[in-house]
Design a protein around this ligand. Sequence first.
Ligand SMILES: [Zn+2]
Length: 380
Amino acid sequence: MPYISMNPILNRAQKMKFAHGAFNINLPCQAEAVIKIHEQLRSAAIIQVAEPATTYLSGNPDFLNGTLEEKAVGMKKIADKVRSLGEASRIPVVLHLDHGRSFESVKLAIDAGFSSVMIDGSSLPYEENVALTKQVVEYAHERGVSVEGELGILAGTEDDVFAENSSYTNPMSVVDFFKKAGCDSLAISYGTKHGAVKGLNVKLRKEIVVASIENMRHEKIHGTLVSHGSSLVPEYIVSEINALGKAVSGNGIPIKQLQEVIPMGISKINIDTDIRLATTRNILELYHQNPDLVASSKVYQLLNNKPEQFDYRNYLTPYLDDLLQERISTLELEEIYRALKNAVYEICAMAIINFGSIGDAYNLEVKSLEEMAKSYRGER
Ligand SMILES: [Zn+2]
């Protein structure tokens, strides 16, 4: 039934003081798994695809160097898939472009059928960020699609998102940004970090969340705040990976700190690294439990090329075509599908329960993209 934009989902979360996990995927079977676990836990589902993932979904394993044409192919493929799954599901489903880099690529995603997009102008000078975000908002809102902007710079790496140092979001600018750019939600920098290594003494600056929300209320701004770089990097998963012969190092955002900022006004928490870690642990276990698969496995070779590597996109390439077509050609591949899906179930369940979206799916007032487009027109 409902394939909708992110706007009503995050507004409801803000009002009810819980947050949604938003999960980055790179393969169609993962999208299916995200929806399935959200159905079971009765939560609305937010599936995220970053630009490099759209290249991977087009069939090009060199995902950091995709062309716009390749991205368009990957976007169409995943949008068709998620829309049909969403329409067949009883829970609300969102497909969101994560870290859109340019107006052109965001437009491609909207044209392909994404119901929500992010435009990341955070590395631009302030006024240019405002102008770019506003340009995206005009195109997106016409079509009922919600827009997330970003203000302030997060440290760390996430695919092609690199920043040496973080510069925290100024809560005074949050209101100005919402007013001028007109976006639905805003990713803020308040101490989180992209990637698996977030430092041992993470301390979220919750004052930034509180002050931003207070400023917004004073100025009657309806908008929601988003937390990027928020993987938990569960210690048990890192040790299980390393017990199976890897040398992955990492530490995440302590769950208690996230749970503290959620009622203050964080409505979406992005999770990417954790799915990569859990997938890699599952695939290592697969070969550990099925030693007969090892000798002939190209995946196994690639997996163990670099001890610190845990990005499944780099070692699943021998099966990329099959995974994209959702074909099961070998016993090994059947096990890989299981490993991929189980990782999604584990990480999503952890977030759905801990961030509080469990059980809320049917309380949401669902609005179609057409209805959203109408209400955006009315607001102007
Ligand atoms: Zn991010």
